[in-house]
Design a protein around this ligand. Structure first.
Ligand SMILES: O=C(O)[C@H](O)COP(=O)(O)O
Length: 338
């Protein structure tokens, strides 16, 4: 099988993995039928905003989020007509204080280092011409910092607004009362399902010392294998059960309804999502590595995810050579700014 290079936006891929074809049985098993009851996020309460001319709402008392209607319910077809393709950006958070110390982090909520902040800003520059209508992050601060810092570089200058759906009161108290302001906002949804895989009893341990103690191979198996969990932690398979389910249940319908989406998350929650998008086998995912702060672009078109990026050289030339819609969006931004 050929080695497929992994293309990140604006850089040569950080690492490679073996490209997959078809949906092998083991992949199908990873993504069982979704039961919406197991998911916390209520899509019926979600709302939508567009790049220009969001749907006109007569009410001036609106949340940042307008109701989203899944494709099967109708309105999505209308949005689909507006754009036959949408962008999906995936970013692993910038370097965290525990990445710097080489500690297993998992679900421990550690912020970015200065270098991580810079990586997030750099990632923002790379995606500054790509439309973003909604942002999903994990519940962890390093992913949220990355998303917010990246968006400070975006040329569209919309304001990312974190949604508070945790209670009726939180929802009510964070309402936006101006339609115009709402249109200039990007809803940010935080979901624990996108968190890093729970690293169990490795959390807080030094990676090198752990390898010295248990052996390099064992630690590599814990870190990269598909179905071997670290002691009392989650395997990639277990992480996929929540992260991919969330993606399919909540994010895919938004893409189908015409939204351009950015996801800021983690090495392993994103590996599981990429495994799904690229139909990788449990063998192929072993060699998939994601660098911190490197954005990856997919185009979602006609129900398919097409991995994009610039193989080398100036990022934008590569990215925009690929899709006319993205080039048009950029042109629009140029016109606004001139
Ligand atoms: O949780 C961690 O320690 C890192 O974010 C990912 O670690 P890994 O590269 O060992 O999976």
């Amino acid at each position: 099988m050929a080695v497929a290079s992994y293309q990140a936006i604006g850089s040569i891929q950080p690492c490679g993995y073996l490209g997959g074809s078809g949906v092998p049985q083991e992949c199908k098993n990873v993504f069982p039928k979704l039961s919406s009851g197991s998911l916390k996020f209520d899509a019926s309460k979600a709302h939508r905003i567009g790049l220009v001319g969001a749907s006109s709402s007569s009410s001036s008392q609106t949340s940042v989020f307008e109701p989203v209607v899944t494709p099967s319910k109708g309105v999505a077809n209308e949005s689909k007509k507006k754009s036959s393709e949408v962008a999906l950006i995936l970013i692993r958070h910038g370097e965290s204080l525990w990445n710097e110390k080489n500690l297993f982090t998992g679900c421990v909520d550690v912020p970015l280092t200065k270098k991580g902040v810079e990586e997030a800003l750099e990632a923002g520059k790379r995606i500054c011409n790509i439309p973003v209508d909604m942002i999903y992050t994990s519940a962890l601060i390093r992913a949220q910092m990355t998303a917010m810092l990246a968006m400070t570089q975006h040329r569209r200058k919309k304001v990312p607004i974190v949604l508070h759906e945790e209670s009726e009161q939180a929802r009510a108290w964070s309402q936006v009362f101006s339609e115009e302001t709402r249109k200039q906002s990007i809803p940010v949804v935080r979901a624990w399902q996108l968190n890093e895989r729970m690293y169990g009893e490795l959390q807080g341990l030094n990676k090198q010392e752990t390898a010295d103690k248990y052996g390099k191979e064992k630690v590599h198996e814990w870190r990269r294998s598909y179905n071997v969990p670290p002691p009392n932690g989650e395997s990639l398979e277990m992480c996929a059960e929540r992260a991919v389910a969330y993606f399919r249940e909540n994010i895919e319908p938004q893409l189908q309804s015409g939204k351009n989406i950015m996801i800021a998350a983690h090495g392993n929650s994103l590996r599981s999502i990429i495994m799904y998008l690229d139909k990788l086998t449990s063998q192929e995912v072993i060699s998939l590595e994601l660098a911190t702060g490197i954005p990856m672009l997919y185009i979602f078109k006609e129900g398919k995810f097409i991995r994009r990026g610039s193989p080398a050289g100036p990022a934008e030339a590569g990215v925009y050579a690929y899709t006319r819609t993205l080039a048009q969006y950029r042109q629009k931004l140029d016109e606004i700014q001139n």
